[in-house]
Design a binder for this molecule. Structure first.
Ligand code: ZN
Length: 311
């Protein structure tokens, strides 16, 4: 469809990337203004997709991000070829996006709270989850657990990456297991579902937050609407698979407009804060003795304290 500019195009020197048409309200938006407005349409508040760097800049305190595992790259274990060989697709995606795979993770701070954060980028092969995305989410969860840092994952994905077959599907179980251990350790995990969060990503880590936040009108669901309708042989309800619909049905806890997301996370981090390291249970420790630090042991048993002083 030809894009109508709001003024007469003068000559050929008008850069093509100066304006973006809002797909919801049709308004022509000046790109610089759109970026300033966190890529939200000022007229109808349509949320455009955010690239990973813009998302990190929006959420994190300036200059606090330290990327981890930046060098992870997908291999081509299946020798997969559709219209193009998988390595060619990866190379093209790397060239067009400037990132190595569909997720970036690292450590940073939000409102002074240290966090582990993983952000997905839909621009890289539809944000599909292969072994690199799964590994990054898993490592983020493992470091979050070891360092007792709250974990934040911002998802935007079409699902598992078919070019990696079973290895991509395996990431569902792997990420869920890592998040299970994180939950056992009492370290909070906040999942942010951005447009779109679908397929294997929704069916694994994106839906497992202690708190699940979603951006307005984001597409959220497992199978696409056509497949879902075909499977149950019924007409789908109005608004099926929008953030608002899944919120009404209890799959997400809150819908947060992008401009309020950072403050919402700060509020949650204050509220959830990591609990102190759980004390090993009697069963884990065998006797229940010897695990307490000396000052606490002395507090509980004054004689132990005296012996320590004598010894
Ligand atoms: Zn709009």
């Amino acid at each position: 469809m030809p894009i109508k500019l709001p003024f007469r195009q003068r000559g050929r020197d008008l850069p093509a990337d100066l304006w973006t048409k809002c797909p919801d309200c049709g308004e022509m938006l000046y790109n610089k203004q759109l970026e300033k407005n966190l890529r939200v349409c000022p007229k109808c508040s349509h949320h455009f997709r955010l690239r990973v760097d813009a998302r990190l800049a929006q959420l994190l305190d300036e200059g606090t991000f330290e990327e981890r595992d930046a060098g992870l790259e997908s291999l081509d274990p299946l020798g997969f070829v559709d219209q193009k060989p998988y390595p060619e697709r990866l190379a093209a995606a790397r060239a067009s996006t400037g990132i190595r795979d569909a997720a970036i993770w690292g450590l940073g701070a939000i409102g002074g709270h240290r966090v582990a954060i993983c952000v997905m980028d839909f621009a890289f092969m539809g944000g599909s989850m292969g072994s690199v995305v799964g590994e990054k989410v898993t490592r983020a969860a493992e470091v979050a657990r070891a360092d007792r840092l709250p974990l934040i994952v911002v998802s935007s994905s079409g699902g598992a990456r078919m070019q990696e077959g079973t290895l991509a599907l395996m990431q569902l179980a792997k990420t869920c297991a890592a998040l299970g251990r994180l939950a056992d350790a009492g370290v909070p995990y906040v999942s942010v579902l951005a447009d779109p969060t679908t397929g294997g990503v929704f069916a694994s880590f994106a839906a497992l937050g202690d708190v699940n936040l979603a951006e307005p009108k984001a597409l959220i669901g497992f199978a696409g609407a056509r497949v879902s309708a075909g499977t149950i042989a019924e007409t789908l309800p109005e608004g099926f698979q929008t953030a608002e619909f899944v919120f009404e049905h209890g799959f997400v806890d809150r819908i947060v407009p992008r401009a309020e997301l950072r403050d919402a996370l700060i509020e949650l981090l204050l509220f959830l804060g990591p609990r102190p390291t759980p004390r090993p249970t009697f069963a884990e420790n065998g006797t229940g003795n010897g695990i307490l630090s000396r000052p606490l042991a002395a507090l509980l048993d004054p004689l132990a304290g005296q012996e320590a002083r004598r010894g």
